[in-house]
Design a protein around this ligand. Structure first.
Ligand code: C5P
Length: 242
């Protein structure tokens, strides 16, 4: 299965977000609203995007006590978000509260963020008080994926480098979303564990989040076409510029 691309609308206004949506047209029908945009616009951006017919991934990475997260998730589901995130590190009870609040309908799926793709192994080990010598990111991601699966989450967010292991162990029970996607030979910026669209596809990702690789490109439609070509595993020149 070709991973579904989701473009991260990391911009600061409704106009800028809808401008991007208009520019990408049919080449992208799934958008991510994160902290930057949501803090600027409030929930109205989710309704506006839904009005264009696009699906919305509300990436606010909830991490709080179960009751508070449940309340936030209930509101996000009512807004029409198709996917949303919580931090797995909030604990099993918090993830389960989020899943229950999202409701029985398959309409709003809860994804648990394992380890942010901006963290490398050394930073993550330091953060969790572990020795960098015997710390493996893939083991940590699998451990948190186990927690997410036990709590009933739809899936997890992890780096491209760990996705294959997650798919191998939880193929039937968890979908995998990979952020930190970069086209070949481009800068990783503030991300540590990056992967190309082609690598995410061969790792078996269900969804990929593409941010600056498209939104900061000089020709966004061309960059999106390149991402889609790589996800489908076809040479770039055969990708369509929708
Ligand atoms: O521009 P770039 O592709 O780095 O953007 C990645 C997007 O994915 C950002 O909006 C970021 O918040 C989000 N994200 C991430 N790592 C995670 C979860 C979400 O980079 N673990």
């Amino acid at each position: 299965m070709t991973p579904v691309p989701i473009v991260a609308l990391d911009v600061a206004s409704t106009e800028a977000a809808l401008g991007l949506v208009g520019e990408l047209g049919d080449s992208c029908r799934f958008y991510k609203v994160g902290s930057e945009l949501f803090t600027a616009t409030g929930p109205s951006i989710v309704r506006e995007l839904r009005r264009t017919g696009a699906e919305v991934f509300l990436d606010l990475k909830y991490h709080d006590i179960p009751n508070t997260v449940a309340g936030a998730v209930r509101n996000a589901a009512a807004l029409g978000a198709r996917l949303l995130t919580v931090h797995a590190a909030g604990g099993g009870a918090m993830v389960r509260a989020a899943v229950e609040a999202a409701g029985d309908s398959a309409r709003c799926g809860v994804l648990a963020v394992t380890l942010l793709t901006s963290l490398d192994a050394e930073q993550a080990a330091t953060l969790w008080g572990r020795s960098p010598k015997d710390y493996r990111v893939a083991d940590e991601v699998l451990r948190l994926s186990e927690l997410a699966a036990s709590a009933g989450a739809l899936g997890v967010v992890c780096g491209g480098g760990e996705a294959k292991a997650v798919k191998a162990r939880f193929d039937r029970s968890l979908v995998v979303l990979i952020p930190g996607v970069r086209l070949p030979n481009s800068a990783r910026q503030d991300q540590a564990r990056v992967s190309t669209p082609r690598e995410t596809a061969s790792a078996g990702a269900d969804y990929v989040v593409v941010g600056r690789a498209v939104t900061a490109a000089p020709d966004r439609r061309r960059a999106m076409a390149e991402v889609i070509s790589q996800l489908k595993g076809v040479p770039a020149e055969r990708g369509s510029l929708a």
